[in-house]
Design a protein around this ligand. Sequence first.
Ligand SMILES: NC(=O)c1ccc[n+]([C@@H]2O[C@H](COP(=O)([O-])OP(=O)(O)OC[C@H]3O[C@@H](n4cnc5c(N)ncnc54)[C@H](OP(=O)(O)O)[C@@H]3O)[C@@H](O)[C@H]2O)c1
Length: 365
Amino acid sequence: MGVPTKTAPVGRLTRTLPPGSCHLYLETPLLRQLSTNEKENTMKAIVQDRYGSPDVLELQDIDKPVVGDNGVLVRVHAAAVHPGDLIVMTGVPYVARLAFGLRKPKNRVPGRDVAGHVEAVGQNVTQFQPGDEVFGWSTTGVLAEYSCAEEDNFAPKPSNLTFEQAAAVTVSATTALQALRDRGEVQPGQKVLITGASGGVGTFAVQIAKSLGAEVTGVSTTRNVDMVRSIGADHVIDYTQEDFTQSGQHYDFILDNAEAHPLSDCRRVLTSKGTYIPNRGSGGSRWIGSLGRIAKALLVSVFVRQRLRPFVSMQKKEDLVVLKDLIESGEVTPVIDRTYPLSDSAEALGYVAEGHARGKIVIIV
Ligand SMILES: NC(=O)c1ccc[n+]([C@@H]2O[C@H](COP(=O)([O-])OP(=O)(O)OC[C@H]3O[C@@H](n4cnc5c(N)ncnc54)[C@H](OP(=O)(O)O)[C@@H]3O)[C@@H](O)[C@H]2O)c1
């Protein structure tokens, strides 16, 4: 049982917090004037107050989040960034602004994937206590020294991973797991093809597909062929030399992270009852992104036996635990491409935007 945190210290004053998991300090002049511990209550964080290119990201001192009764406050050691963070940063496709904020991001601090140690817990928290090493996803942003979320957003950090590696796991590995296991229902011996096999999702997908007993083909550019083979792919297609849609092979399951081919071409190399997942959430129209391709896949799937199944991954604590077990058994190991200090987060997002990451991009905090 952890140390209950019911009040937020502001100098010699305390404020009673409303129920919930996390709160931000109020920035009223009165509280500022009264505060004698302001340094203790602030943290370094990347903030964005408008949509745009990476230069909208600024390193600032802002108020630390404060745990409510159900919250876990994490001292962030590492955070991962990925293409989903680009959508929040740019506000493109525009349809995404319905969720993230119409004129500017609702959440000033970007990012979701985090690893660190527990700094404080609310009084209703039972699974963690200060000092525990955790990984997971946060709701107050993670490009910051501290982040906060409910306890079910976290799981114990895999014992054989560094914080940098653990931060890399959450969204990408969960997406790969849910695509292969839940959507694809991949069975031992089935043939699986993964495009973008060298990327954040792809490097996890190759390893998880192998752990499910599949025969795995990865698709990547020339410089990544050896890496994709080294993480377990049985076959690697260099897309600069060969077009997998013309290979004459048939696959039971295709996870298409790149969507570089028309849907009809991908269907040609899918078995008659195979499953195809269009998984490129970015790209497409500035207004609706890849929703056009998703709608087409859904429409076509009404008339064919093949299963064309777009999906959005869900953050589930039980899947973090499944991934922890896969990692500790040695079946899955995160592939880290580059790390950046917090102050270079804009550069890191710029690199993600190039679309050719070799594994995961991690921010060290
Ligand atoms: N469904 C969901 O809930 C969900 C969740 C997370 C992510 N996603 C989506 O999944 C996709 C992949 O994410 P990620 O984190 O893996 O991205 P990433 O790390 O940027 O990787 C992208 C990969 O695409 C490959 N690629 C780029 N251009 C290509 C082309 N023309 N032809 C073939 N491959 C190409 C790159 O490999 P090379 O360098 O070898 O070309 C790279 O490995 C993103 O679009 C993301 O939005 C969906």
